[in-house]
Design a protein around this ligand. Structure first.
Ligand code: DC
Length: 221
């Protein structure tokens, strides 16, 4: 790896603000942002559109063999089509969580993710970036916040989109996804031993971005 290239891995539970923070940090550092959650969502979307059930391994494999995922200008392309506006619903959150437990899905996406980080500096967020995808990342950050604060942030986001979910439903959904993500057999969500933990409860976006930039500066000095 060339010495002027660095990779920033951001992991943490749903609603911790990973994508908002990673996007802002990418802009400040002028590097690419790779949203791996969006990739699991895109697979979940394709499975629901094509009527592929997670337990039908043969159908999942056939589908994966003809699936292409890429990013361009902040949008995610599934088989050449921009699906960014279709993958952020509560249904797709659940589909992504379910399909992220399928070994063949993880294998395919991890390979694409490693390829994307091969020859350039990137900031990549997800659940297993520091522990599996980019184990040798120069910077690893584990971003958390209390369940209630994460639910409140997601609830406000959904309200803005006109989604009718209540706060209690969003909190329940967040806890269910935490449970799925932390207890699945394959690459469960956990803090990498060499990751810096950053609890963002009570912090605003600018404060978190500044703290992440400080950590990056320290680790890449
Ligand atoms: O970050 P997100 O909410 O968009 O992620 C959607 C789902 O994808 C989440 O429930 C866990 C899964 N995921 C994963 O298993 N590994 C990743 N690197 C990223 C996301």
């Amino acid at each position: 790896m060339s010495s002027d290239i660095y990779r920033i891995a951001i992991d943490g539970p749903s609603g911790a603000g990973k994508s908002t923070i990673a996007k802002a940090v990418a802009k400040k550092l002028n590097i690419d942002y790779i949203d791996t959650g969006a990739m699991y969502r895109a697979i979940g979307y394709k499975m629901s559109v094509c009527g592929v059930y997670p337990e039908n391994q043969e159908a999942v494999n056939s589908m994966l063999a003809v699936t292409d995922i890429d990013f361009d200008d902040g949008c995610i392309y599934l088989d050449g089509r921009d699906v960014s506006d279709h993958i952020r619903t509560p249904e797709m959150s659940m589909m992504a969580s379910v399909c992220s437990t399928i070994p063949e899905v993880r294998e395919k996406l991890v390979e694409i993710q490693r390829g994307m980080a091969e020859r350039k500096s990137v900031i990549m967020d997800g659940r297993d970036i520091g522990t599996n995808v980019l184990t040798d990342a120069e910077v690893k950050i584990y971003l958390t916040a209390s369940d209630e604060e994460r639910a409140q942030r997601r609830f406000l986001e959904l309200q803005e989109k006109g989604d009718p979910q209540t706060y209690d439903e969003v909190l329940e959904d967040i806890r269910q996804r935490d449970h799925n993500d932390m207890t699945r057999k394959l690459n469960p969500l956990r803090k990498a031993e060499d990751a810096v933990e950053l609890d963002t409860t009570g912090m605003d976006i600018d404060q978190v971005v500044d703290r992440v930039l400080e950590i990056v500066a320290e680790k890449t000095a």
